[in-house]
Write a protein that binds this ligand. Structure first.
Ligand code: 5AD
Ligand code: SF4
Length: 479
């Protein structure tokens, strides 16, 4: 490739991404222009998705747009005309995997020189990633970020017909885009975005930079989407946002919040309502009460704590203490008896001492989590914590992770054991990974349940009596 004119690209800028306006973000309705309707006819696509449920939901929209343009799903990479990598930036190892995959995809350009390879998602929002693509990954044709998925038809058109490399990443969010077509990956469980972005700025986290300012979808649009899902036979929805408890805070002319939304959605005929992720600092009584009084909201709560040390929590900018976290948690458990609570924990945050870590273990004991995602701190360029002095040995961090996992695994087991001998309601997902005669699904408390049954039950809610409780799953008999 000749010397690239870097100025013609829209590249991300983390400083810009940090900025927050106080304006309410406008809505925009997606519409495919006539010129883009048939571009994909007789062509195929493949999407690889990394990271959180937010990315999975975005990939469903990317697929929806491509199919509206006429593309069909490819059966293999070798026969794809477009391959999109929808990426995650949360930790370095997630990124390294993507770099490896991007390198691997280069070979397909030899057999199919017209292949379009696209990089999307949170990695595309990072300055250093785009620089690296420009310098070393000439075979990537298209880079777009989390804020401009709706412009994909234009980008595909340019990449296909003018053979120009397209690099267009917006540092700041634009409008909330409604009416995006979706190809949902599941027939009876669906993701429903209720808000985008995050304004928490936990010091370790890149998400507020890659996903922009907190902005909530209107309740009317959300209710409409859920109603449509009910009509299509969906049984379960998961409401998505980086911090669902901040839903509605950006509304200028109403006090409608997450608790109100839960209450209103509960009136619809959707069998199961779940949501993720919550921030302890924004979890309010209205939300707890909406759960307590509900018919359809599942008794399960993912409430990331990150650390049990007040010193570390402060450096993380989490806005709560170990004590106030436990207080909220107890209130939640009192309001919704029997609720299962899981969490996220980071070990090895810069400056974390042995004493800090012991505080985390103590909190895990007191909180009685029934599951946890545990991570070693990963330095993310552009975040405040990347500049904090980090003098803990990698070995020590790993040891802490092992110790922590031991404790959280015991919590998983204990959480499963409490269902021994009980009858639980299971939404049947499919056959078990290891055995075709065994069905697998999730209980209301989000426990994985395996049992013998006929495949015709897939998509149904059935009753199962639990006879065995293991760390990672329950076994039982269909009633
Ligand atoms: N390093 C390690 N873990 C992180 N998380 C977010 N940022 C980082 C980071 N830089 C974890 C948090 C969050 C979860 C989604 O990922 O625990 O809750
Ligand atoms: Fe990241 Fe904190 Fe926002 Fe969660 S709440 S996305 S950890 S900044």
């Amino acid at each position: 490739m000749s010397k690239v004119d870097l100025e013609k690209y829209f590249k991300p800028n983390l400083k810009e991404a940090r900025k927050r306006s106080t304006d309410r973000i406008e809505e925009l309705k997606f519409q495919l222009s006539d010129a883009h309707q048939k571009i994909g006819v007789n062509k195929t696509y493949m999407i690889h998705t990394y990271g959180c449920q937010g990315n999975e939901a975005d990939s469903e929209s990317i697929a929806g747009i491509l199919e509206l343009m006429g593309f069909t799903k490819a059966v293999s990479e070798a026969t794809s005309d477009v391959i999109i990598m929808n990426t995650c930036a949360i930790r370095e190892n997630a990124e390294n995997r993507v770099w490896g995959e991007l390198g691997r995809l280069k070979a397909y350009k030899k057999t199919n020189p017209d292949l379009i390879i696209g990089l999307a998602g949170c990695m595309a929002q990072e300055e250093n990633v785009v620089e690296r693509v420009l310098k070393k990954y000439q075979h990537i044709d298209l880079v777009f970020g989390t804020h401009n998925i709706y412009k994909l038809p234009e980008y595909i058109e340019t990449a296909l017909f003018s053979k120009e490399r397209v690099i267009e990443v917006y540092s700041q969010e634009g409008e909330i885009v409604e009416n995006l077509p979706k190809v949902r990956n599941h027939k009876f469980k669906a993701w429903v975005n209720i808000m985008f972005g995050c304004d928490e700025f936990c010091t370790y986290c890149i998400v507020p930079y890659t996903r922009g300012k907190e902005r909530s979808r209107s309740k009317e649009e959300i209710i409409l989407e859920v109603q449509e899902l009910v009509e299509q036979g969906y049984k379960e929805i998961t409401l998505l946002g980086q911090n669902v408890n901040a839903y509605g805070k950006d509304f200028k002319d109403s006090n409608y919040t997450f608790g109100d939304l839960l209450h209103d959605l509960d009136q619809l005929d959707i069998k199961r309502i779940r949501f993720t992720t919550s921030h302890p600092h924004d979890l309010d009584q209205k939300t707890m009460r909406a759960m307590k009084d509900s018919k359809h909201i599942m008794p399960f709560f993912h409430l990331p704590v990150q650390s049990g040390s007040n010193e570390v929590l402060k450096k993380m900018n989490r806005h709560y203490t170990k004590e106030s976290y436990l207080k909220v948690l107890n209130e939640l458990k009192e309001t919704v008896p029997g609720i299962a609570v899981t969490t996220d924990i980071i070990v090895g945050f810069p400056g974390e001492t042995d004493a800090d870590f012991l505080e985390t273990l103590d909190l895990v004991e007191k909180a009685q989590f029934e599951g946890a995602f545990t991570f070693v701190f990963s330095k993310r360029e552009g975040t405040p914590a990347a500049k904090f002095v980090d003098d803990t040995k990698e070995e020590t961090k790993k040891e802490r992770l092992y110790l922590l996992n031991d404790r959280t695994n015991a919590g998983y087991l204990k959480g499963n054991q409490r269902f021994l001998g009980q009858t639980v309601k299971v939404l049947v997902d499919g056959v078990s990974k290891n055995n075709d005669d065994v069905l697998a699904g999730y209980s209301e408390h989000n426990k994985l349940v395996n049992f013998k049954g006929d495949k015709s039950l897939i998509g149904q809610i059935v009753e199962v009596k639990i006879s065995v409780a293991k760390t990672w799953f329950l076994l039982g008999d269909l009633l």
